[in-house]
Each structure stands twice: as structure tokens, then as C-alpha cells.
Design a protein around this ligand. Structure first.
Ligand SMILES: Nc1nc2c(c(=O)[nH]1)N[C@H]1C(S)=C(S)[C@@H](COP(=O)(O)OP(=O)(O)OC[C@H]3O[C@@H](n4cnc5c(=O)[nH]c(N)nc54)[C@H](O)[C@@H]3O)O[C@H]1N2
Ligand SMILES: Nc1nc2c(c(=O)[nH]1)N[C@H]1C(S)=C(S)[C@@H](COP(=O)(O)OP(=O)(O)OC[C@H]3O[C@@H](n4cnc5c(=O)[nH]c(N)nc54)[C@H](O)[C@@H]3O)O[C@H]1N2
Ligand SMILES: [Mo]
Length: 773
């Protein structure tokens, strides 16, 4: 096995099938068979996203109160099959492979080994992971942590763990003595968590599923819905049947935003019908969202100025603006002063197209703006979100039915983890309440986020890294710098289900702690347990596993955290970790005590059909901002790349994104059929003119190198170039293979989310492919 897949197997097509449809069903059955998970899959899938069933382990899209017979999508089914696989990475597997050997395996190969079954400890003498008992694991790790300076220990959380687990985890970190709780949000929607509280006073989206039935316009910025939140296509299809316009702003024509066949609709499956999702598609250049939103705002303000001058109906919602907002005049002046030339240049979209989008938006009584990583993982991401909010505020589109803002979240409980205290920012944590409830002094010093954790690693300032799920090393930027630093960490501990790169590249002492997945039954002293998660629309759902665990030696995540806590912390009579593990309802009672406003009566409400809603004051037009108003925030610049180096004078901007066959760093297969890429992930999809300028032809192999002002060389070799429908100057490639190209310093201002979507690169020809010679 090798890091590089065989290029000869790669092939490409422009003839794309619609999202959903028969292709979807075929993919589901193929994955179930490949994972040898057919029987378990058949048992599990009908219970996916259902009341008293389990919440899908893939994306965080809303789970309706009246679900479809099969309330899952192709990718949710793949994630289920992946967790229920019959493959096992048991101790005898580790006896056959040194850890150095495993380091040369790809992400796909590592996870394909299957579920981990026993706790493992790295043995330097044999360079192997060896099985060890849980008692020993907890005693060893506890002994290590007790000797360390708390400020040098990091508690990372990926966004899958339940509310119960996450609450215990933040308490463990804080009782241990730090706020070092970086999470996957720091690489994802932290930009949202920074932007929205200043403008509308909530850190999350304001819409619910009911708003889909009432809206009369939707705008999508930088989200690949067909791949990353496919269940939403049903709501979009229903909206299209009511003739609701959908405007998509994206550099590439993502298939799910173009055409969809509903696999749950017999009529659509048997006829050539497909739903055209987007009514207008704006192919923006990378990072151009502030400029595009500025164009729409400019049309609105100018049309409104004209309407006012001629005493006609206003184009903006002047009453809403007067009653609810602050900063409109300064914003409007900025908009008036901005020229169309700059708007067109930095968005790459013609004035006429932006005007058309603005007219559609202005005609709608109620509009929703959705956005994803194309907006948040940008240097100017905070400002992009401010601009999207400004657009909504102009027409009073927050706090009325059918309208609002919808950051589409990633991991299935990433939003919820924040709700129960996973944050490195002490001002967002319930410090007072924790002090009162548990009688200890919670730390008040700011903790490290993801980028700061990497920086501390590079400075040798991380003594231990505990990972609650995820694949931190692989998901974070700058691998060529972070991997060597990671090996120097005195202790790495991964709580995980499968092998990944953060497990095989390891600290000086290293442990793998395998846990139950959410689809598995979780038997504790008081009986079978259920957990809870929060979806993208702020609704909280119960989730109960139903399949037998992959091994009877696995522990649940709460049990692992309790084990670590017991051996690490001084006993505290007010926290009975074991009693919590015996009955998760008691953890929920504790959560309700800490956060009564959101979680009162938690145990009774957790099975509410469709979930129970967290309070969202902005939905009621109550603005929890410093000035009690919704704030217009004018952008500082339209140019997203002003500060970036361009030494070669021919810099391209690279976005790293997900394909149809992966969940983040978990790669199910090498195909991305909605982009016509098969059999490889080591590709760069480019504009034809950019290829011509560089004398590149389809099938040539290049090295990509990051443009940089300093001497660090960041490169990924042996990437095949392929022409693609994308604006000039922009390139697409895959995450995580291209993460070595992302510099740590290249992150969103204000939120420090790595700018994975506009990496300045140049290309160097390695050798000609078959088509060139
Ligand atoms: N099946 C599946 N589902 C998933 C995941 C998965 O890996 N697989 N991951 C989960 C997670 S953690 C997350 S965060 C979400 C991610 O879901 P998305 O937010 O869709 O993230 P990406 O796959 O990175 O796709 C980014 C999109 O933004 C576009 N884009 C890139 N740059 C720009 C830009 O400058 N402007 C605009 N307007 N658009 C741009 C890209 O073309 C692409 O369509 O999905 C979640 N759901
Ligand atoms: N270049 C680039 N980099 C990116 C991004 C990008 O778009 N481009 N996106 C960023 C984003 S949005 C995110 S969210 C991060 C994702 O970063 P992470 O959340 O850290 O990574 P994942 O790939 O989701 O983690 C997968 C691992 O989780 C473990 N796992 C799976 N299920 C469970 C479970 O139930 N419990 C436990 N304990 N472990 C489990 C498995 O061992 C698996 O290997 O990556 C970021 N990195
Ligand atoms: Mo994410």
C-alpha cells in the first residue's frame, strides 16, 4: 500500500447524473456490501433520524417531526455502513504491522481496517501498538496528567460526541485547570460564532424547517448541499414546486444545486423528470462574496433612493430598519460610494447578473440566506457573513416566518457541543454557574483554539493532546510543520472508533481508546442509554443506538471521560462521575442545572418529535447585542486577496473541498461522481485558459507549491490536472490530501478559521500525461 493511488485508474467525465436518483441507491448498496454491513444496515437505516431511533452520524441537518419512510440520504447511509462495518482493527492486526509502516498508508487504507476493539498503547521497543487493559490505561494517563502543567494540556473535540459527553468533557478540562478546548468548529463555523453575535446577537442560525414552507426566496453562498447536507434537497425540491426562486453563488456548478431526482419519489425515479434546483447560478471567484453581496446591496440601495425620490414604494424595509437596527446610514453611504467596477472585479460576476439577483430578492416578501465553508473558511470570512446579514437586514428578513440566516453546520453535534460549554473562550463558558454547581474555581484564562494549538505544538508548548473523536492532525493546516511537532508531544491520547493519521503519527507516549459509536446500544448500570444532539436549526433530539457493539471491550464516550477524570482529578464530592455513567439522565439533569434556559425539563423534552428548540432571541426580534439592536456592519475591503503574496506573478487560488465519497478525513472511495472525477483524489480541477497559459494539458502531473513571503516550502507532488468549469484563477482540489499547502498564518481574521478555500499556489510541471505526448 502506498500514499499515492494508481493514476492509470483515474478517469473523468462531463456527463454528470443528477443528485439523488438511482445512482444514490446504487452507492448505498455498494457501500453496505463493501463494509459487509448489509444486515446491520437494513436494521439500522429505517431508524435513522426517527423519533426513538438514532441521529445520523453524518451531517447536522434538521430532523423533521414527520419524517419520510427513509429519512436518510446516500451519504448518511454510507456513514452508517462505515460505523457498522464488520471489519476490525483488533490487537492481532497491530501485531502484524509496525506503526512506522502504517504511517505510509492513505487515509482510506487506514480507516478501511475497520473498528478498533481494544485500548492500545504504543510500545517504542517493537514500534507497535499493543493491547492494554482499561484500568491500566486510565491509571497511566491519569498519572501522566497529574504531573503536567494544566496550561500545556489540550482537550480537542470533534463535533460528533453527544451533549452528555461534551458536557462531561468541558468539565474535565476546566476542573483540570484550563480552557484549552479547541474543537472542529475552530476549522469550520467559528467564523459564524464570531460574526453573528455582533450583528444579531445569536451565535447560530435563526431558521427552522417550518420556514421552508413560508419562504419565497433562497440564496445559497458557498455550500455544496447535494453532497454535504443532502436531506435538505427534499425541502429545496418542495420549495421549487411552489416556484420559489433559488439563487446559488458558487465558483463551481455543484450538481446538487443544479439537478435533483428524489430517490423517495417513485414518479421521479421512473420518469426522466428531475427538479432544477437553482433558478440563477452565479459563478463567483474565490473569496468574492463580500463583493457579490455588495453588488446586490448596491442595487437595492440605489433602487430605494430612486423610489424615495419619486415617492414610490420603498425597496428596503425602512420601518424595520428604523425600529430594530443600528448603523444603516453609515452602511448605505459605504454602499453608495463603492463602484461597480470593483464589485465586478472582486466578485467576478457581471453587474447585470447581480442586478437580476437583487431584483429577485427584492420581490420576495420573505427570504433565507444559507451559507457554508465557501464563506467561513476565508480570510475575510467574518466580513462575508456580516455582508450576508446586512442584506437580510435591508429587507427585514430576520425574525419573521420564512426568513432568516442559516449557517449550515457540519458535524452532527458540532453546534450542540458549543451549547454545553465546549469553547476556548471563557467569556462564553458558564464559569459562575460551574463554580456554584461544583464548588471549584474554573480557570478564566483564554484557552487555545485549533490554530493556537498548532502554534503551541510548533513551540514545544503542548505537553499532552487528548482528542475526543476527529482526526486533528490531518484536518488542521500545515502538515509538513505540524507532523514533526506532533511527534514531540510527550503524550497523545485519541478517543476514536477507527484508525486515522492522528493515531499512527503519535506523541512520545500514545494511547488509542476505542469507543462505542452512536448507532450501537449503550448498556450501563441503569439499563440501555440514550444521548442527545443539536441540529443546524437549534433543535435538540434524543438518539438511541440499536445495533450490538463492534466489540464487548469498547467503552462509551462518557465512560472513557469518567475513567480519565477519576484518575486525573482530585475527588470532588459534588461530581460523581460514576453515577453519571450509570444513568445518562443524571448528566442531563446536571446540564439542565447549568443551562436552565435551554435545557429545563431536559429528560422529558428530549423525545419531542422534531426536537425541542433552544431559545433564539433573534427569531423574535430581540437583539442580544451590546446596543440591543441588530447591527449593519460595513465591510473594510472588497479585495479578499490584498495581503497575500504573489511572488510568481501568476498565483492561482486553490479551494480544498469534500468529494461525494468522504466524511471529512474519512474517505469511503476515490470517486466524486458529481464532479465527474473517478478513481483518484490527487487532482487539480482548473480553468482551461489557466491551463493553456501554463502550457498544461489534461492528464499532466504537477507539483503545487504555496506562495509564501518566507522561506518555508509547502508542496504537494504528483497532482493530475484536469480542465473544469470554474472561473479563471481558481482551482479545486481535495481535503485532506492538500492540507500540507495551507499555511497556519492563512486564516480568517477575527475567528482564526484556517482559510482552506483560497490558498495562493503556483504549479510546477512534473511530467506530461498520456494526452500531452
Ligand atoms: N457527505 C458529507 N457530508 C458532510 C461532510 C462530509 O465531509 N461529507 N462534512 C460535514 C462538515 S464538518 C461540514 S463543515 C459541512 C461542509 O459542507 P460545505 O460547506 O458544503 O463544505 P465544502 O465541501 O468544503 O464545500 C464548500 C463549497 O463552497 C464553495 N466555495 C468555495 N469557495 C467559495 C467562495 O469563495 N465563495 C462561494 N460563494 N463559494 C465557495 C465550493 O465550491 C463548495 O461548493 O458538511 C458536513 N457534511
Ligand atoms: N483543507 C481543508 N481542511 C479542512 C476542511 C476543509 O474544507 N479543507 N474542513 C475543516 C472542517 S469543516 C472540519 S469540521 C474538520 C474536521 O476535523 P475532525 O472532526 O477532527 O475530523 P473527522 O475527519 O471528522 O474525524 C474522523 C475520525 O473521527 C473518529 N470517529 C468517528 N466516529 C466517532 C465517534 O462516534 N466517536 C469518536 N470518539 N470518534 C469517532 C474516527 O476515528 C475518524 O477517523 O476538518 C477541517 N479541515
Ligand atoms: Mo466542519
Amino acid at each position: 500500500m502506498s500514499q499515492i493511488d494508481i493514476p492509470e485508474k483515474a478517469h473523468f467525465t462531463d456527463d454528470l447524473e443528477p443528485a439523488g436518483g438511482w445512482g444514490s441507491l446504487k452507492e448505498v448498496s455498494t457501500t453496505l456490501m463493501e463494509q459487509d454491513a448489509v444486515i446491520h444496515g437494513m436494521q439500522a437505516l429505517p431508524r435513522q433520524n426517527k423519533l426513538h431511533g438514532f441521529a445520523c452520524v453524518s451531517c447536522s441537518w434538521a430532523k423533521p417531526a414527520d419524517p419520510h419512510a427513509f429519512e436518510f440520504c446516500e451519504n448518511g447511509a454510507k456513514a452508517t455502513a462505515w460505523e457498522l462495518t464488520s471489519n476490525k482493527a483488533a490487537p492481532d492486526f497491530f501485531l502484524q504491522h509496525t506503526v512506522s509502516e502504517l504511517e505510509s498508508w492513505t487515509d482510506y487504507e487506514l480507516e478501511s481496517t475497520g473498528r478498533l476493539t481494544k485500548p492500545m498503547r504504543y510500545d517504542a521497543a517493537s514500534d507497535k501498538y499493543l493491547a492494554v487493559s482499561w484500568d491500566e490505561v486510565f491509571a497511566d494517563i491519569g498519572a501522566e496528567l497529574r504531573t503536567m502543567e494544566p496550561e500545556k494540556v489540550v482537550f480537542y473535540a470533534s463535533g460528533r460526541a453527544s451533549l452528555e459527553t461534551s458536557y462531561m468533557y468541558q468539565l474535565l478540562a476546566r476542573m483540570y485547570g484550563n480552557n484549552n478546548l479547541p474543537d472542529s468548529s475552530n476549522m469550520c463555523h467559528e467564523t459564524t460564532s464570531v460574526a453573528l453575535p455582533r450583528s444579531i446577537g445569536v451565535p447560530v442560525g435563526t431558521i427552522g424547517l417550518d420556514d421552508f414552507q413560508k419562504t419565497d426566496c433562497m440564496l445559497f453562498f458557498g455550500h455544496n448541499t447535494g453532497t454535504n447536507a443532502p436531506r435538505m434537497l427534499h425541502q429545496l425540491q418542495e420549495a421549487r414546486q411552489r416556484d420559489v426562486p433559488i439563487i446559488t453563488v458558487n465558483p463551481i456548478r455543484e450538481r446538487g444545486m443544479v439537478a435533483f431526482v428524489n430517490p423517495q419519489s417513485p414518479v421521479q425515479m421512473l420518469t426522466p423528470d428531475q427538479t432544477c434546483i437553482s433558478t440563477q447560478y452565479l459563478q463567483i471567484i474565490l473569496g468574492g462574496d463580500t463583493a457579490a453581496a455588495m453588488g446586490i446591496a448596491k442595487w437595492l440601495i440605489e433602487a430605494d433612493d430612486a423610489a424615495r425620490a419619486s415617492n414610490q414604494t420603498r425597496v428596503i424595509d425602512a420601518d424595520f430598519i428604523a425600529e430594530h437596527t443600528h448603523g444603516f446610514e453609515a452602511f448605505a453611504d459605504k454602499v453608495r460610494a463603492t463602484g461597480w467596477e470593483d464589485i465586478e472585479r472582486f466578485s467576478g460576476i457581471a453587474r447585470s447578473e447581480l442586478a437580476q439577483a437583487a431584483q429577485t430578492y427584492a420581490r420576495a416578501e420573505r427570504a433565507i440566506i444559507f451559507y457554508g465553508m465557501g464563506v467561513t473558511q476565508q480570510r475575510e470570512g467574518v466580513q462575508h457573513i456580516d455582508m450576508l446579514t446586512n442584506l437580510l437586514l435591508l429587507r427585514g428578513n430576520i425574525g419573521k416566518p420564512g426568513a432568516g440566516i442559516c449557517p449550515i453546520r457540519g458535524h452532527s453535534n458540532v453546534q450542540g457541543q458549543r451549547t454545553v460549554g465546549i469553547t476556548e473562550k471563557p467569556e462564553l463558558a458558564p464559569i459562575e454557574k460551574l463554580r456554584e454547581q461544583y464548588g471549584f474555581e474554573p480557570p478564566t484564562k483564554k484557552g487555545m483554539n485549533t490554530v493556537e494549538t498548532c502554534e503551541a505544538m510548533l513551540n514545544g508548548e503542548v505537553a499532552a493532546f487528548i482528542g475526543l473523536g476527529g482526526n486533528f492532525l490531518r484536518a488542521a493546516p500545515d502538515h509538513s510543520l505540524t507532523e514533526p511537532a506532533w511527534r514531540d508531544i510527550p503524550l497523545t491520547v485519541q478517543i476514536l472508533t477507527k484508525l486515522n493519521r492522528s493515531a499512527v503519527v503519535h506523541g512520545r507516549k500514545a494511547y488509542l481508546l476505542p469507543c462505542l459509536g452512536r448507532i450501537e446500544t449503550d448498556q450501563q448500570e441503569s439499563g440501555e442509554q440514550a444521548v442527545t444532539v443539536e441540529d443546524s436549526t437549534g433543535r435538540i433530539h434524543g438518539s438511541k443506538g440499536l445495533i450490538d457493539p463492534a466489540a464487548n471491550t469498547l467503552l462509551s464516550e462518557p465512560a472513557i471521560i469518567a475513567g480519565l477524570a477519576r484518575h486525573t482529578l482530585e475527588p470532588n464530592p459534588r461530581v460523581n462521575w460514576d453515577a453519571w455513567v450509570a444513568d445518562y439522565a443524571s448528566i442531563r439533569d446536571a446540564i439542565a442545572e447549568t443551562f436552565p434556559e435551554t435545557f429545563h425539563d431536559f429528560n422529558n423534552r428530549m423525545w419531542t418529535p422534531g426536537g425541542f428548540a433552544r431559545p433564539l432571541p433573534a427569531r423574535e426580534r430581540i437583539w442580544k447585542t451590546e446596543n440591543g439592536k441588530a447591527n449593519f456592519i460595513p465591510p473594510a475591503t472588497l479585495n479578499p486577496h490584498a495581503e497575500l503574496p504573489d511572488r510568481s506573478g501568476e498565483t492561482l487560488r486553490l479551494m480544498t473541498t469534500r468529494g461525494d465519497n468522504q466524511f471529512n478525513t474519512t474517505v469511503y472511495a476515490l470517486d466524486d461522481r458529481f464532479r465527474g472525477v473517478f478513481g483518484t483524489r490527487r487532482v487539480l480541477l482548473m480553468n482551461k485558459e489557466d491551463m493553456k497559459k501554463r502550457d498544461l494539458h489534461a492528464g499532466d502531473f504537477v507539483t503545487a507549491e504555496t506562495e509564501s513571503d518566507n522561506d518555508v516550502t509547502r508542496r504537494v507532488e504528483r497532482l493530475r490536472v484536469q480542465p473544469f468549469d470554474i472561473p479563471q484563477g481558481c482551482v479545486v482540489g481535495y481535503f485532506p490530501e492538500l492540507n500540507p499547502l495551507v499555511p497556519l498564518w492563512h486564516h480568517a481574521k477575527g475567528s482564526k478559521v484556517p482559510a482552506y478555500k483560497a490558498i495562493p499556489i503556483r504549479l510546477i510541471l512534473e511530467y506530461r500525461g498520456a494526452e500531452s505526448t
